[in-house]
Design a protein around this ligand. Structure first.
Ligand SMILES: Cc1ncc(COP(=O)(O)O)c(C=O)c1O
Length: 409
C-alpha cells in the first residue's frame, strides 16, 4: 500500500492540485503570450553570446552579483523604467524575481497576517485574490469604471474602515491595463489615490505587468514615480513583453521594505540563465520588439471583437481595451458564467468565469474574461462560435448569431 502523506499535511493547507489535463482546444484562459510574437532567433543569439562570453559565471549562485539579481539586467531596468514609467531608481532599488508572482508572495509575507484587511479593485487578478483567501485576509473590492478604480468609492471605503478602527495594510492596484478590465487609471485618479494613501497612512502596492502592452505605446507615469512619500511598492514582469515561461519579474521598493523582502527570499536567487539572456537581449532589441508584439495582439483582439459581434451580437457587452491580452465581457443577467465554464469546457472551449476574477461574486456572475493572446485567429473564430452555441443551449442567449435566428433546443 502507498504511504499516506495526506495524514501528515497540516490543517489549513490548500486543497490538493488536480493533474493537468492539457490545454483545452480553444483556450481563452491564462495569461499566455502570442507564440507568433516571440523573438526566438534574437533570444537564441542572445543566449549563445551570453553563454559563450560569461558562461563561467553560472558556477556561482546568482552569477556572483548578489541577492538582488543579475546587475546588468537591473541596470537595463533602471533605464527602461525611467524612460517608460518616469521611475527614478538605481539598480540597488530593484530585486529580480522568479516571475512577479514571487513579488506578490514576498509583499504578502512581509506585510500580511491572518485577519488583516487589504483594498483592491473589485474585479481583480485571480492569483491575487486566491492568495488573500489562503492567507485569511479580508478583501475590500473597490468598483471600477472606464477610468479605473473609482476614487469616490476608495475614499468612502477608507473613511468607513477608519470609523471601524481598521487600517488596511495596503491598496493593491493594477493601474495600467488592469486585469481583467484592461482599464488605465487616469492621471487625476493617480494623484487622488496617492493623496488618499498619504491621508490615511496606507501604502500602495502597484502591479504593473501589462504596462508595455498599450496600443498607443504611451502610458501614464507609475504611481511609484509620482509618490512623494516613498509609500509605493512596484512590481513588473518580462512575462507579458517577452515570455512568461522565462519566469523573470522584479520589485522596485524603498529599502525599508526591500530589506524585509530580501530577508524572506530564501531561494538562493532566481534563475540566472534567464536573467543573463534578458540582459543580453533587451538593450538592443526590447524597444523594437514590443511594438511588433503589440501589433499582433491587437490584430487578435480585433478578430475576437468581430467574432463576438457575429456570434453574440448585443448579448456580449464590453469596452474595447486600450491594450493588454484580455477582454472582460458582460453577458445577459441570466447567464451563470460558472455554469457556462463547465459546459463550454466539455466542448473544448476554456473561459475564465467572472466570479474567479472578482471580489464580488454576485456582480461578476454574468461576466467572463477571455485571453486573446495565445489562440490563433482561426481558433478564436471557431472557439467563439462554439461558445455562443453552448451559451444559447444553456441560457437561451444569444438569440441570434451569425445572422441566423435559432430557437433554444
Ligand atoms: C496582474 C498580474 N500580476 C502578476 C502576474 C504574474 O505574472 P508573472 O509571475 O508571470 O510575472 C499576472 C499574470 O498573469 C497578472 O495578471
Amino acid at each position: 500500500m502507498a504511504f499516506d502523506f495526506a495524514s501528515l499535511v497540516p490543517a489549513g493547507s490548500p486543497p490538493p492540485a488536480v493533474r493537468w489535463p492539457g490545454w483545452a482546444k480553444y483556450n481563452f484562459t491564462f495569461g499566455n503570450n502570442d507564440p507568433d510574437g516571440l523573438a526566438i532567433a534574437d533570444l537564441a543569439a542572445a543566449a549563445q553570446t551570453a553563454l559563450t562570453r560569461d558562461g563561467r559565471r553560472l558556477a556561482d549562485y546568482r552569477l556572483n552579483t548578489g541577492p538582488q539579481g543579475y546587475k546588468p539586467l537591473r541596470e537595463f531596468l533602471v533605464k527602461k523604467l525611467k524612460r517608460d514609467a518616469a521611475i527614478d531608481c538605481t539598480a540597488d532599488d530593484i530585486l529580480l524575481l522568479s516571475g512577479s508572482l514571487q513579488g506578490l508572495d514576498l509583499v504578502n509575507a512581509a506585510l500580511l497576517e491572518r485577519g488583516d484587511t487589504v483594498i483592491c479593485e473589485r474585479d481583480c487578478y485571480e492569483g491575487t485574490l486566491n492568495r488573500y483567501t489562503r492567507l485569511g485576509v479580508n478583501v475590500v473590492g473597490i468598483p471600477l469604471d472606464k477610468d479605473g478604480m473609482r476614487m469616490d468609492a476608495l475614499e468612502a471605503s477608507l473613511a468607513e474602515l477608519k470609523r471601524k478602527g481598521v487600517r488596511p495594510k495596503f491598496i493593491y492596484t493594477i493601474p495600467t491595463v488592469q486585469n481583467p478590465t484592461a482599464t488605465i487609471l487616469t492621471m487625476e485618479r493617480r494623484e487622488k489615490m496617492l493623496a488618499l494613501a498619504d491621508e490615511y497612512g496606507v501604502p500602495i502596492f502597484e502591479d504593473d505587468c501589462y504596462a508595455d502592452l498599450i496600443w498607443s505605446g504611451e502610458r501614464p507615469p507609475a504611481l511609484y514615480a509620482m509618490s512623494k512619500s516613498a509609500n509605493v511598492i512596484h512590481i513588473g514582469s518580462f512575462s507579458k513583453s517577452i515570455a512568461p515561461a522565462l519566469r523573470v519579474g522584479f520589485i522596485v521598493a524603498p529599502w525599508s521594505i526591500m530589506s524585509r523582502m530580501l530577508a524572506l527570499k530564501t531561494d538562493a536567487g532566481s534563475g540566472s540563465l534567464e536573467q543573463m539572456v534578458l540582459a543580453e537581449y533587451c538593450p538592443p532589441h526590447f524597444n523594437a520588439h514590443v511594438p511588433e508584439l503589440r501589433k499582433g495582439l491587437k490584430a487578435k483582439l480585433d478578430t475576437l471583437v468581430d467574432a463576438l459581434g457575429e456570434q453574440f451580437g448585443t448579448s456580449a457587452e464590453f469596452d474595447y481595451p486600450p491594450g493588454g491580452i484580455f477582454l472582460w465581457i458582460k453577458l445577459p443577467d441570466n447567464v451563470d458564467s460558472m455554469k457556462l465554464y463547465d459546459k463550454a469546457l466539455a466542448e473544448g472551449v476554456a473561459i475564465n468565469p467572472g466570479p474567479n476574477w472578482s471580489a464580488d461574486k454576485t456582480w461578476s456572475k454574468s461576466r467572463m474574461r477571455l485571453c486573446f493572446a495565445s489562440p490563433s485567429h482561426e481558433q478564436i473564430r471557431e472557439g467563439i462560435a462554439i461558445l455562443a452555441d453552448v451559451c444559447r443551449k444553456e441560457f437561451g442567449v444569444p438569440e441570434r448569431s451569425a445572422n441566423v435566428t435559432r430557437s433554444r433546443s
